[in-house]
Design a protein around this ligand. Structure first.
Ligand SMILES: Nc1ncnc2c1ncn2[C@@H]1O[C@H](COP(=O)(O)OP(=O)(O)OP(=O)(O)O)[C@@H](O)[C@H]1O
Length: 253
């Protein structure tokens, strides 16, 4: 469904400094509408920092982010209306039950209560969270927290989903379910960008990939362009410059 019009997400010159630490060192990225975009990178590469700036959760030191042409920082209402976000778990209001959290999200979005109730019920059902009842989200397992976070991101039917490690901590069944839901979402005109370490998932579902290391984009393009006929994992290790064990380390183990 790539339509070649305004990118769903456009990042220009994004920089983030934490005191002396340069976490993101100037990122430019175009996420085409209708793409399923994987943002790969090793631990500490700057993925979360980059996505947090892209969605208006963290103010950039420099640079701009646009959601479907709307500047996230200058025009936040229009940008956020079109945006669903799965942040890292620290940012969730987790002293609520799943249905309460969804109701809270829906009301913040200005949705009518009956629409919230219908959609929340469906989302909890599809994601296998209906049985959790009144359990507070803080007491959910890590995988359940991912799923309720995804439900919150989907509730207002956004045009762009930005997901921080949606496949982390979820079991294979839940992972496959999330993949199916996201696939359907992209097939019906939505756009997804997500961060991940899981090469198989990225290789299986993404149309586009960017590899981030040391706060900079090291490789970017369609999956086939970046892979260039090789395993994505080999490309990743080469681009990122992974350390290879010589067998001489940890000899005391
Ligand atoms: N609030 C902060 N204060 C200081 N340094 C930070 C802060 N947030 C992130 N950093 C640093 O910025 C760098 C990038 O972190 P970030 O969390 O964006 O990486 P990541 O690619 O998401 O990593 P991971 O895959 O391990 O989650 C790291 O060196 C991290 O220590």
């Amino acid at each position: 469904m790539l339509d070649g019009t305004v990118p769903a997400l456009k990042l220009r010159g994004l920089v983030k400094r934490f005191d002396a630490k340069l976490a993101v060192g100037g990122v430019d990225l175009d996420v085409p509408t209708g793409s399923f975009y994987g943002l790969l990178g090793p631990n500490g590469a700057g993925k979360t920092t980059c996505l947090s700036m892209a969605v208006g959760l963290l103010r950039p030191s420099q640079g701009r982010a646009y959601v479907l042409g709307h500047d996230v920082w200058a025009d936040p209402v229009e940008a956020k209306r079109r945006l669903g976000v799965l942040p890292d778990s620290v940012r969730m209001f987790d002293r609520l039950s799943g249905p309460e959290l969804l109701a809270y999200q829906g009301l913040l979005r200005g949705m009518p209560p009956d629409l919230i109730e219908t959609r929340a019920g469906e989302l909890l059902d599809v994601l296998g969270l209906a049985d959790a009842g009144r359990t507070l989200v803080v007491d959910y397992s890590a995988g359940m927290k991912k799923k309720i976070g995804l439900a919150c991101a989907l509730l207002h039917a956004p045009r762009l989903l930005v997901l921080d490690e949606p496949f982390e901590s979820v079991d294979p069944v839940a992972g496959s379910l999330i993949r199916d839901i996201l696939h359907r979402y992209v097939e019906t005109g939505g756009t997804v960008i997500f961060s991940s370490h899981v090469m198989e998932v990225v290789e299986k579902i993404c149309t586009h990939v960017a590899i981030l290391a040391d706060g900079r984009i090291k490789a970017v393009g369609t999956l086939n362009e970046v892979r260039a006929g090789r395993d994505l994992e080999d490309v990743f290790v080469e681009v990122v410059g992974g350390r290879v064990a010589t067998g001489e380390e940890l000899t005391w183990l």
